[in-house]
Design a protein around this ligand. Structure first.
Ligand code: ADP
Length: 244
């Protein structure tokens, strides 16, 4: 991707390369129930980043030894479709995908009421359809929505967003240009209704004060994204109510 040599990350008006203010999210879109054959599913877009999550289960796996007697096991596979990036990505799972699968699982594991389904597995497939930065946090949001859509009981809804530092300025919801050219990238996810932070990473360097300010920006956005999740789910269950 050698085409971004001359991007002004913050212009003289203080606007970002795509015209956003420092604390502005990309347009976020969410849909649930987008797949007929999954127990639950969600399509989430943060600007050009597009992530599909599909949930299967809770179900008894064929290999019974893989279960636990007291709770369900949450399995997460994060995968980038070969057509999701500007240069075709190898379809074989990369180390990054293995790592992000774990990160997304850990962002959700303690929120799912897994003790209600002993001896079962819940599979979550996070498929990146189009990557433009923030796929792990959009993946967490999509997975949380897909779990809710599947009717898996959770203590709360989870959402994520990444904060970054570009051209010396802290910015909300970094895209790929800002991620690759900026000074720092800090993905955050959590369940605001529970006051729980379930993902917190930092690539690059920030001051202590910037970490705190960046976290506040992220947390405020996460609260807004969770409200959007609730709205999408409320509409779905209202529609189901009308059918009955
Ligand atoms: P995240 O997507 O969670 O921000 P990274 O910081 O690792 O994760 O990646 C930032 C962005 O870089 C991705 O969203 C994607 O746009 C791009 N990217 C990551 N991995 C690849 C890859 N293998 N090929 C092409 N682009 C990639």
């Amino acid at each position: 991707m050698g085409h971004k040599a001359k991007v002004t990350l913050i212009d003289e008006r203080g606007l970002r390369h795509d015209g956003r203010r420092f604390d502005e999210l990309r347009p976020i879109r969410m849909q649930v129930g987008v797949l007929a054959n999954a127990t639950g599913s969600a399509l989430v877009e943060y600007g050009r980043t597009k992530v599909l999550a599909a949930v299967y289960g809770p179900r008894e796996p064929f290999q019974k030894f893989m279960t636990l007697p007291d709770r369900a096991i949450l399995r997460v596979r994060y995968h980038m479709a070969p057509f999701s990036t500007s240069e075709r990505k190898s379809p074989t799972p990369s180390r990054r995908e293995v790592e992000l699968s774990k990160v997304i699982r850990e962002a959700l594991e303690d929120i799912v009421l897994s003790s209600e389904y002993p001896r079962t597995v819940i599979d979550v497939f996070v498929e990146v359809l189009q990557a433009d930065g923030g796929t792990r946090v959009a993946g967490v949001t999509a997975a949380s929505l897909a779990l809710a859509d599947a009717g898996v009981p959770m203590k709360g809804l989870v959402a994520g967003v990444a904060v970054g530092k570009v051209g010396g300025v802290l910015v909300l919801d970094v895209d790929e240009v800002e991620d690759s050219m900026g000074e720092a990238d800090m993905p955050v996810a959590g369940a605001p209704d529970l006051g729980l932070v379930t993902l917190f990473q930092l690539n690059g360097v920030l001051t202590e004060e910037e970490v705190e300010r960046g976290f506040s920006m992220a947390w405020g956005a996460i609260e807004r994204i969770v409200s959007m999740e609730k709205e999408v789910l409320r509409r779905k269950f209202e529609a189901v109510g009308e059918e009955v």
